[in-house]
Design a binder for this molecule. Structure first.
Ligand code: FES
Ligand code: FES
Length: 183
């Protein structure tokens, strides 16, 4: 069957088998391997992506069910080569260890902050409660989200505003948003 959807701002069209899960479509067809695949049983949350701005576990969504929707993966968090404040927060507050849970955690954090720019500790913990960090770094993950909430424009803009020098804020990453469908 043929499906089309928007992924990180680009429209993609593919011929797929109806049984293909969204996580496999994203990783294997689109080549966006930042979306991780863990338990495959809806438990760990490492496969979380945003569908129309809402976190979904992509191992429990058929790719066909995402047709016509707007999908955002971790590769779509940075814009114009500048890290999202959530990414900067994870960097500033050491919100990752092995990094396996990190893409899903960051996307859930982005969805939370889009809806609630000033979440308290409980609201952050509730938002990520469906996701497991095998390294058990929850305290630093919560602090990372708090950092992003406190710096909604990101560290670069804050440096300009406050004339402070923050290390690592000029990080520029390649633009990987333009995923081309090859299948
Ligand atoms: S791989 Fe989807 S919830 Fe674990
Ligand atoms: S940082 Fe290792 S699983 Fe979360």
């Amino acid at each position: 069957m043929q499906i089309s959807m928007t992924v990180n701002g680009s429209e993609v069209v593919s011929d797929i088998e109806p049984r293909v899960l969204l996580v496999h479509y994203i990783r294997e067809v689109l080549g966006l391997t930042g979306t991780h695949w863990g338990c495959d049983t809806t438990n760990c949350g490492t496969c979380v992506v945003l569908m129309d701005g809402q976190p979904v576990k992509s191992c429990t969504v058929l790719a066909a069910m995402a047709a016509g929707h707007d999908i955002r993966t971790v590769e779509g968090l940075a814009t114009a080569g500048t890290l999202d404040p959530v990414q900067q927060g994870f960097m500033e507050e050491h919100g990752l260890q092995c990094g396996f849970c990190t893409p899903g955690m960051m996307l859930t954090a982005r969805a939370l902050l889009d809806k609630n720019p000033h979440p308290d500790d409980i609201e952050i913990r509730k938002a990520i409660s469906g996701q497991i960090c095998r390294c058990t770094g929850y305290a630093t993950i919560v602090r990372s989200v708090q950092w992003a909430a406190a710096h909604p424009a990101g560290a670069v803009a804050d440096v300009a505003a406050t004339d402070e020098v923050l290390e690592g804020t000029d990080t520029v990453i390649p633009d990987v948003a333009d995923a081309e469908v090859k299948a």
